[in-house]
Design a binder for this molecule. Structure first.
Ligand code: NIG
Ligand code: FE
Length: 387
């Protein structure tokens, strides 16, 4: 079964061999066959297909790849957000509120929450999403969170090292032992990645290294939350361990920027967090101009940032982090795919998964030019149009 999409206003391919960042083609057509992109080229040279879809001049982009989210949770922290907007700082202390609610929730409630948020994401153009645990913080609830997240995505991340839960307040070393021992063993069958929150008040560099090293021995690849609330050792640790991505990167020294450039570790920027915590935005220009690879993700979670919208994050990246619209769209598609080490998504080239977004707009620029407007009109996942 093949489908020809023609009359595309602007096609963003992210073809790495193109001369421009987004590999933009005009007067282009795309053929998808089964779940893959089969052909990309000039509309005048398009092959025949079983069906033809008229894009009516709309822009066609790869689906967004949201490489950082925390969707396995229960409860609501809108009161914490309201307090922040009148001057309370974000301290990550509210994580424990969500842990209590998550432990008390049934499987069906957690599953419904994940499904609702993945649905919101899908409607806004996200076709690949990474989901972390981190609100169970005991063996049973971390494994359960990952088992339920696995029902929604293959990109699952074990974040037992999110914070030390209250019952281990006097024994953080004991908690790290639990995370690297029985909890890892229970979580590993459901996870592809392992993550830690390396920050003052959460885990220090030695603890984070211990967690990531144990994860690697269990077959999980590492990623890290670092330098979100202040300068610290996390970014250097990520570079030293050769991690594929380190996320937040809000407070960076010159040495941190150099280390990211030299290691090739992707800096995943999460501008929805700074929007929702009133912290300064990460300096994306400094990173890009230094030659650091960047991705953008939502960090959708009930505390620091409760948006599921990649278009919103793209608009923030352009307006608040001085990225060009092309850089922001690339970071939210190909950048996210690179941060998950996925070559099959984030681009529209022959062989890639047919994950497409059709915008009710003629170009990708409109995602930032028209913030808050629902421009994502059609989303195809593996060649299947979904609402
Ligand atoms: O990525 N930084 C740590 N974890 C989340 C926030 C979790 C929360 O506040 O519930 C983050 O921002
Ligand atoms: Fe996060």
């Amino acid at each position: 079964m093949s489908t020809l999409i023609t009359n595309i206003g602007e096609l963003v391919t992210n073809d790495p061999d193109a001369s421009d960042l987004l590999g933009i083609r005009t007067d282009a057509a795309v053929v998808v066959e089964d779940d893959r992109v089969a052909w990309v080229g000039d509309a005048s040279a398009a092959p025949a297909a079983d069906t033809v879809v008229d894009a009516a001049g709309r822009a066609v982009l790869p689906g967004f790849v949201d490489s950082h989210s925390h969707l396995a949770f229960a409860g609501d922290r809108s009161a914490e957000f309201r307090a922040r907007m009148t001057g309370e700082p974000y301290t990550a202390g509210g994580i424990r509120t969500t842990v209590a609610a998550t432990r008390a929730a049934s499987d069906d409630d957690l599953r419904a929450g994940i499904g609702r948020l993945v649905g919101e994401m899908r409607a806004q153009g996200t076709t690949t999403v990474e989901i972390k645990s981190g609100y169970g913080l005991n063996v049973e609830d971390e494994a359960r969170s990952l088992r339920l997240a696995r029902e929604a995505t293959s990109e699952t991340t074990f974040l037992g090292a999110h914070v030390v839960p209250p019952e281990f307040a006097d024994d953080p070393a004991g908690y790290v032992g639990l995370v690297t021992g029985p909890m890892l063993e229970a979580a590993a069958p459901y996870a592809r990645w392992i993550d830690a929150f390396c920050e003052r008040g959460a885990f220090d560099a030695d603890q984070a290294r211990e967690v990531l090293t144990a994860g690697a021995a269990a077959g999980l690849r590492g990623r890290l939350h670092a330098n979100q609330l202040g300068k610290g050792p996390g970014v250097q640790l990520a570079a030293e361990l050769g991690l594929i991505a380190v996320d937040h990167c809000t407070y960076l020294s010159d040495e941190d920027v150099d280390a990211l450039r030299d290691s090739g570790t992707i800096a995943t920027l999460l501008p929805g967090v700074e929007f929702s915590t009133r912290q300064p935005y990460p300096d994306a220009r400094r990173l890009i101009d230094a030659g650091v690879r960047v991705a953008i993700a939502s960090d959708c979670n009930p505390g620091s940032c409760f948006t599921s919208s990649m278009p919103f994050c793209v608009a923030l990246a352009v307006r608040e982090m001085r990225m060009t619209p092309a850089e922001a769209v690339h970071a939210a598609t190909a950048g996210g795919a690179a941060a998950l080490d996925r070559a099959d998504v984030g681009r529209i080239v022959p062989g890639s998964r047919a994950d497409l977004v059709l915008l009710r707009a003629p170009s990708h620029v409109h995602l930032a030019y028209r913030p808050g407007v629902p421009l994502v009109e059609e989303v195809w996942v593996s060649a299947e149009p979904r609402d």
